[in-house]
Design a protein around this ligand. Structure first.
Ligand code: MD3
Ligand code: FE
Length: 202
C-alpha cells in the first residue's frame, strides 16, 4: 500500500491467529485490574472509544488535558505492567533503543470511531509509534501533517503498523468499524494497542 507518507510502515498479518489469541487473552486479563472506561475530551465530549493502558505510563484525557500519567483515572491504581511480548515486538519492528512506556488499549464497539487527529502529547516526537489491530477490521484514514489528501486503509486483526520519522505527525483516524468481520473480541468489536514513548529519551 502506498500512502505517499514516508515513515508509514505496514505489516499486514504480522500476528498469526495464535499470536492474536494470546495477546487478546493477556490484554483482557489486565483489564480486570485496569478496566476499560470512557474518557471525555478537554471540551467535555465523551469518546465513543473505551480505553485503558498497560505500562509505566498511560495516555488519559479529561476536562483538564490530554496527558500521560502513572495511574488509572477511575481506580487510582498503577497501570498493569507492559507485557514482555509487546516490548519484544516494539524492539523488533521499530529498532528504537528505549522500550515503550505506554500501551494505550482502545476498545471500539461497533459504532465507535476516532476523528482525524495528530498524536502530539509525547515529549519526544522523534520516537516511533507502533499500532496493533485485534478483532473486527476498521477503515483507517491517514494523511500528511499539514492537511490535504488522505488515504484509506482497511486494518484487519493481526495487522501492525509503525509511524516513524516524517509520518510521526501524520493526521489519522478511524472512520468506522466493520462489525462481525472477526469473532476474536468477546462481545464484538476491535481492540487497538498503541505503543509509545511518553517521556524524552532515558
Ligand atoms: C501515530 N488510535 O490512539 S493507532 C490513537 O486504531 C489512535 O485506535 C487509532 O490514533 C486506533 O491515537 C490508530 C495507529 C496510528 C496510526 C497513525 C498514526 C498511530 C499514529 C500516525 C501518526 C502517529
Ligand atoms: Fe492517534
Amino acid at each position: 500500500i502506498d500512502t505517499g507518507l514516508p515513515g508509514f510502515r505496514y505489516w499486514p498479518g504480522a500476528l498469526d491467529a495464535e499470536a492474536q489469541a494470546r495477546l487478546l487473552t493477556m490484554v483482557l486479563a489486565a483489564t480486570e485490574q485496569a478496566p476499560f472506561y470512557r474518557p471525555v475530551t478537554p471540551g467535555g465530549r465523551p469518546f465513543s472509544v473505551e480505553m485503558t493502558n498497560l505500562g509505566p505510563l498511560g495516555w488519559v484525557s479529561d476536562r483538564g488535558s490530554y496527558r500521560y500519567q502513572a495511574t488509572h483515572p477511575v481506580t487510582g491504581a498503577r497501570w498493569p505492567p507492559m507485557p514482555p511480548q509487546l516490548i519484544g515486538l516494539w524492539a523488533a519492528l521499530t529498532g528504537w533503543p528505549d522500550p515503550p512506556e505506554a500501551c494505550l488499549v482502545n476498545l471500539y464497539r461497533e459504532t465507535a470511531r476516532m476523528g482525524l487527529h495528530q498524536d502530539r502529547d509525547e515529549a519526544d516526537l522523534t520516537a516511533p509509534v507502533l499500532s496493533i489491530s485485534l478483532g473486527d477490521a476498521a477503515m483507517f484514514r491517514i494523511g500528511p501533517a499539514e492537511g490535504g489528501r488522505t488515504t484509506r486503509l482497511r486494518l484487519a486483526s493481526g495487522d501492525v503498523c509503525a509511524l516513524t520519522g516524517p509520518a510521526r505527525l501524520a493526521r489519522h483516524g478511524i472512520d468506522r468499524i466493520l462489525p462481525g468481520s472477526s469473532g476474536l473480541v468477546p462481545g464484538g468489536g476491535r481492540l487497538n494497542l498503541t505503543l509509545r514513548r511518553a517521556t524524552a529519551a532515558s
